[in-house]
Design a protein around this ligand. Structure first.
Ligand SMILES: Nc1ncnc2c1ncn2[C@@H]1O[C@H](COP(=O)(O)OP(=O)(O)OP(=O)(O)O)[C@@H](O)[C@H]1O
Length: 261
């Protein structure tokens, strides 16, 4: 891997109107084949950061992918490099799951897409939702809808995959399916995955790196065991919590009480 490979964010500022939410944020060395969790309290700026990285809202500063400024790309090229799954999915889309997956692929084709239908089916199978292929998006449950939206992102095989709370509507089985698959596609295809999660134990279990955002600033950034500490949880979330290792060595968080404001 050369020195410029991966995603590097420098001096990034993002806001709405005159209100600045992210202020000169630096986040470097997000490497290919890795999964980074973005965690932090409500209104910390996680979605704002993801949407800026996806090129959906204006920002100042630098977002470089393999040393190349993403801001210089036209919308089609940008969408080919970066896929974003929003927290709130669009309502009432009159397409089947299969049609939606296929159309996501066709809107961002790559040279390897010899058989788009097979590729779409493969993604649905890996997510365990091939049985939903012919169902309409507007007749799915919340969790099924979330899985279908993830299929639409995965099938495009972007260089950067931005997932905003992709497990918020999922049961524990499907949470595991999604996080495991995120890691697998990252490693198989050299994708950079950045995922917003509120479940810190899930982030610790499945992500290589945890970035903790609070009030638009990075408070901590590191491997799960370094980033997730009782001190961070008290400072950032205002809770008294224990951080322990389970019998398999994974970080577990037990929240005991909310600290007084
Ligand atoms: N479209 C918008 N216009 C104006 N302000 C916004 C807009 N979207 C978000 N904000 C504000 O930006 C701040 C950060 O919001 P953001 O959605 O990025 O936070 P978040 O960390 O993703 O929160 P949550 O965990 O609650 O989803 C909040 O104060 C919010 O009110």
């Amino acid at each position: 891997m050369n020195a410029a490979s991966g995603l590097d964010i420098a001096g990034l500022s993002v806001g709405y109107g005159t209100r600045r939410i992210i202020d000169k944020l630096d986040l470097g060395g997000i490497s290919a084949s890795s999964v980074t969790a973005l965690v932090g309290p409500n209104a910390a700026g996680k979605t704002t950061l993801l949407r800026a990285l996806a090129g959906l809202i204006p920002s100042r500063g630098s977002i470089r992918l393999d040393g190349r400024e993403l801001a210089g790309l036209d919308a089609v090229s940008y969408a080919r490099e970066v896929a974003y799954m929003p927290q709130t999915l669009p309502p009432r889309v009159a397409l089947s799951v299969f049609e939606a997956t296929l159309s996501a692929l066709q809107s961002s084709p790559t040279a390897q897409d010899v058989d788009p239908k097979q590729k779409s089916l493969d993604v649905l199978q890996r997510l365990g939702i091939a049985g939903l292929a012919m169902r309409g998006l507007d007749e799915l449950s919340g969790g099924q809808r979330q899985l279908a939206a993830l299929a639409q992102c995965l099938v495009r095989e972007p260089r950067v995959l931005l997932l905003d709370e992709p497990t918020s509507a999922l049961d524990i089985h499907h949470q595991l399916t999604v996080m495991k698959l995120a890691g697998e596609v990252a490693r198989e295809r050299g994708i950079i995955v950045i995922v917003v999660l509120h479940d810190i134990a899930l982030a610790a279990r499945w992500c290589d790196r945890i970035v903790v955002l609070s009030q638009g600033h990075i408070v901590t950034d590191g491997a799960p065991a370094q980033a997730i500490t009782p001190g961070m949880l008290a400072e950032v979330y205002g809770v008294e919590a224990r951080v322990e290792r389970c019998s398999r060595g994974f970080v577990q968080v037990m929240v005991d009480r909310a600290l007084a404001d």
